[in-house]
Ligand binder design. Structure first.
Ligand SMILES: *[C@@H]1O[C@H](CO)[C@@H](O)[C@H](O)[C@H]1NC(C)=O
Ligand SMILES: *[C@@H]1O[C@H](CO)[C@@H](O)[C@H](O)[C@H]1NC(C)=O
Ligand SMILES: *[C@@H]1O[C@H](CO)[C@@H](O)[C@H](O)[C@H]1NC(C)=O
Ligand SMILES: *[C@@H]1O[C@H](CO)[C@@H](O)[C@H](O)[C@H]1NC(C)=O
Ligand SMILES: *[C@@H]1O[C@H](CO)[C@@H](O)[C@H](O)[C@H]1NC(C)=O
Length: 418
């Protein structure tokens, strides 16, 4: 409850001008964020103290009686890095009435081994879990939830309130189809424990299953899923200017980004400056994106890259393109959600949780007013090549950095790989 109010207060103060950060504003970290910056720790709902757990093999899909029918479904995977706007992006699919959405289920794949090394075993476990979830075998998730659910009931599903399907009938009686865009904490408070059986049934009824994760390090990791003929996987990868990502992470994960804050305050790069933070953005996540952009045959027809800045610039148009790629009609709920959450008017009223202003282009580049030029210059040196390839322009002076009438986002079209 304590954390809840802290979150509420922070929300009020921070939500208008910034992109969605609401639930990530309480950094406290048992994990070393320098090494595992995508393994953030969420303080909300007291789930952060879940002890490392040895993963058991996730339930196989081999004997799933629904397997014969799953090829009719679309299995959508949203891959992103932390602070690239993935929560906002997720909502563009989550709001669709025919989508069963899971927000970051791989959070539950905790283990001491995972924190020490990104071993093949853990990667296999993640992929296995994703496969089970696409087959709507939600019980497979129970192996990873702490404490283990009894009678298929749990309060511990990570960020359950981010999923429309898990907060509405028939899974939760508190909200029906006319309850548009239920707040995350309303869902958690009013829906009570989650009946995994009901969730499983709802998943089976849904034509499309969407999973969002920041915990798949490299797209190669999910090649097995993409190539699985029994699934119909489509991958959407979300990318953002590394300079914006770092700036946003500095605000969200104050503690672990302390050296950056010291740098900003003193104007001098601290001696103990740790490269891990930047490596995660510039090498690991960009490496995944650049691999996909090289069009490996196994991604043919199944991959689309989305730049966060393009989405911010023109949410409706970009969302249409995404739905076209997926081969789904965009429904009214999605359109309504976009108009409710991308206009200043409404942000000031009730829709604070995904505050993107109508001037979202300026908003997506607001990091330019927050970072010192030396920091930006440093990032440009370390990330130069991928920044260029993704159409992010570098600056040569403080004047260019702060001159907002000069966009640093090049017009670039990333066609889906068809
Ligand atoms: C598979 O689809 C068919 C035709 O839509 C339906 O009759 C059948 O009940 C489905 N099977 C399962 C296990 O859902
Ligand atoms: C969960 O839902 C299933 C399916 O409706 C039901 O049979 C079961 O009794 C429910 N479990 C609990 C503990 O209410
Ligand atoms: C990160 O990427 C850059 C440019 O591609 C490369 O020069 C550098 O060696 C990489 N660093 C690490 C630690 O992998
Ligand atoms: C966007 O920002 C500019 C300058 O900050 C302002 O002049 C303009 O009115 C804003 N547009 C909207 C739609 O708010
Ligand atoms: C900002 O950039 C614009 C477009 O390049 C330029 O016309 C203008 O003079 C610049 N403003 C300043 C203050 O440098």
């Amino acid at each position: 409850m304590h954390c809840f109010w802290k979150t509420m207060i922070l929300l009020v103060f921070t939500s208008v001008a910034i992109h969605y950060t609401a639930f990530r504003t309480l950094p406290s970290s048992p994990f070393n964020l320098y090494q595992f910056s995508s393994f953030q720790n969420y303080s909300l709902w007291g789930q952060e103290k879940a002890p490392p757990q040895e993963p058991e093999p996730a339930g196989g899909a081999g004997d799933d009686p629904y397997l014969s029918n799953v090829t009719r479904k679309t299995h959508i995977l949203i891959l992103a890095a932390t602070r690239t706007g993935s929560s906002f992006f997720s909502q563009l699919l989550n709001q669709h009435q025919e989508v069963f959405f899971l927000f970051e289920p791989i959070y539950h794949v905790h283990s001491a081994a995972l924190l020490k090394s990104d071993s093949h075993m853990i990667r296999d476990t993640r992929q296995q879990l994703l496969r089970s979830l696409y087959n709507c075998d939600l019980y497979a998730l129970e192996n990873h939830i702490v404490p283990r659910p009894a009678n298929h009931m749990t309060r511990r599903l990570f960020r359950r309130g981010m999923s429309r399907a898990l907060c509405h009938r028939p899974v939760c009686e508190a909200f029906g189809p006319t309850d548009f865009d239920v707040y995350e904490w309303d869902c958690v408070n009013k829906c009570g424990p989650l009946n995994m059986t009901l969730a499983k049934d709802a998943c089976q009824e849904s034509p499309h299953v969407v999973i969002k994760t920041v915990r798949v390090r490299h797209i190669e990791e999910v090649r097995g899923l993409v190539e699985d003929p029994q699934l119909n996987v489509k991958v959407i990868q979300l990318v953002r200017d590394a300079r914006g990502v770092i700036s946003s992470r500095m605000e969200t994960f104050t503690q672990s980004y302390n050296p950056w804050h010291v740098w900003k305050k003193t104007g001098q790069k601290p001696d103990n400056f740790n490269l891990h933070t930047i490596k995660d953005v510039c090498n690991d996540s960009y490496s995944s994106v650049l691999t996909a952009l090289a069009k490996p045959h196994w991604l043919k027809g199944k991959y689309m890259l989305v730049r966060y800045e393009d989405l911010a610039r023109n949410p409706l148009q970009k969302t249409k393109e995404i739905y076209d790629f997926l081969g789904l009609p965009m429904d009214k709920s999605v359109r309504d959600w976009i108009s409710a959450n991308t206009q200043v008017r409404n942000v000031l009223q009730t829709r604070v949780k995904f505050g993107t202003s109508r001037n979202s282009t300026a908003n997506a580049e607001s990091w330019r007013l927050r970072l010192g030029y030396d920091m930006v210059e440093y990032m440009q040196t370390v990330c130069g090549k991928p920044l260029l390839q993704l159409g992010y322009k570098t600056v040569n002076s403080m004047e260019q950095l702060r001159n907002m009438s000069l966009s640093l986002v090049e017009d670039m079209t990333f066609e889906p790989f068809l």
